[in-house]
Design a protein around this ligand. Structure first.
Ligand SMILES: *Cc1c(COP(=O)(O)O)cnc(C)c1O
Length: 388
């Protein structure tokens, strides 16, 4: 059973909490939460075995057995991104940051703070990078050693052409660093087909674990050359990997409960059919959501061909009776938590399709949207009506 409306009068997760239509932290299964109700010592053999399984399964999901190793980083996803950039780009290197949203901006800031030379290539938040322009940029700036790109830019929900971009970067003999935070585990990115030196993701997005662990899938040969690159002790992936190789241990206290929960979440991911199965459910969720919202007049920021089935950005309705805070609170009262917009170009809000949510719950969320619109006496979620 995934909803409990009969007893609570509103939507809820298996444990009675509101459903999170957000890009993470997100709604997790009761069994993932239940996995955390124990204490382990960090040297406990049971925990060490679970951690090893988690790191190996992540490499398998990446299609990277033999060639890559998973290096975990305590903290949120950004800790993994910062660890990736500062470990892989040497102090004499230059990073080209491909940006079309807040996460690309954040990567630029990380590289700048670390004192790395940075070049940027930016397109608007609703526009994927132009590969011909990138081609020219790479041809024209031989100092660029690494390229950073975001797989699904969660700012808008846009799916960037990561495979084509990876092929282009490889053709120029440069190294690719991927932020696949909001895509990994649901959208295929197979290391055998998409060449990269490092890919960062975290426990609390499409793998449906709880927040607290970032990880970087590192090409072993590339990581081996990273000794001494890092600008901080805690985010040094080379050192972290060496620690595992020597002792099987984290250098500093690991988020044990998070890792055990992630082990359970990865089991459930496999039971759902792995990346393909998880992606299929998210695509169904996205379709129900987008079709239903459009039927109420809402407009998506992105054309369908650019939309990843992860999070959907909707334009703010123009009806003056629509008040976002009231909309947000009305949905929250009914058990659905949505997400404010993060766009710089337009007023918007976002609704996520990921986490332990099923099409049936997306339909229920749509019914709640309708109710709240009716309460505000907003008949249409789109642009102003000509009749009014
Ligand atoms: C969630 C996310 C991150 C990491 O964010 P944290 O808040 O640090 O977990 C990084 N990049 C993308 C694209 C994301 O969606």
């Amino acid at each position: 059973m995934t909803t409990d409306k009969a007893t609570t009068g509103r939507a809820a997760s298996e444990t009675g909490d509101p459903l999170l239509l957000t890009p993470g932290p997100l709604t997790t299964s009761a069994s993932v939460k239940q996995a955390m109700v124990h204490d382990w010592g960090s040297r406990d053999q049971g925990f060490v075995a679970i951690n090893k399984m988690v790191l190996e399964k992540i490499v398998e999901l990446a299609g990277a057995q033999g060639t890559h190793v998973t290096v975990p980083v305590q903290g949120s996803g950004t800790f993994a991104v910062e660890a990736m950039i500062t470990t892989f780009v040497p102090r004499t290197g230059k990073l080209l940051v491909v940006m079309n949203g807040a996460y690309g901006q954040r990567a630029r800031k990380i590289a700048e703070i670390a004192g790395r030379a940075v070049a940027t290539y930016e397109t608007p938040e609703d526009t994927p990078p132009d590969l011909a322009a990138l081609d020219a940029l790479l041809a024209g700036d031989k100092a660029i050693t690494h390229v950073f790109a975001v797989h699904c830019e969660t700012t808008s929900g846009i799916l960037n052409p990561i495979a084509e971009l990876a092929a282009l970067v490889a053709r120029h003999g440069r190294r690719l660093l991927v932020d696949s935070m909001s895509a990994f585990g649901a959208l295929e990115i197979d290391a055998r087909k998409v060449p990269y030196d490092a890919l960062a993701a975290s426990s609390n997005k499409c793998l449906e674990g709880v927040p607290g662990l970032g990880f970087v899938v590192c090409r072993k040969e590339a990581l081996a050359a990273c000794k001494g690159n890092a600008t901080t002790l805690v985010l040094d992936l080379f050192d972290q990997a060496e620690g595992f190789a020597k002792t099987g241990q984290y250098r500093f206290t690991p988020p044990i409960h998070v890792i055990v929960a992630l082990g359970k979440a990865i089991e459930e991911h496999a039971a759902e059919g792995g990346v393909a199965g998880r992606g299929k459910r998210y695509r169904e969720n996205a379709k129900v959501l987008i079709d239903g919202m459009r039927a109420m007049g809402f407009r998506t920021l992105l054309a369908d061909r650019l939309q990843a089935p992860i999070i959907v950005t909707f334009h703010m309705p123009t009806d003056p009776r629509f008040v976002f805070q009231q909309f947000y609170d009305g949905l929250k009262d009914r058990g659905y938590v949505i997400y404010p917009g993060k766009l710089t170009v337009a007023e918007s809000f976002r609704m996520g399709c990921i986490g332990r949510l099923y099409p049936e719950q997306m339909k229920d969320a749509l019914a709640a949207v309708r109710e709240v619109l009716d309460e505000m006496r907003v008949s249409n979620g789109g642009p102003a009506l000509a009749a009014e």
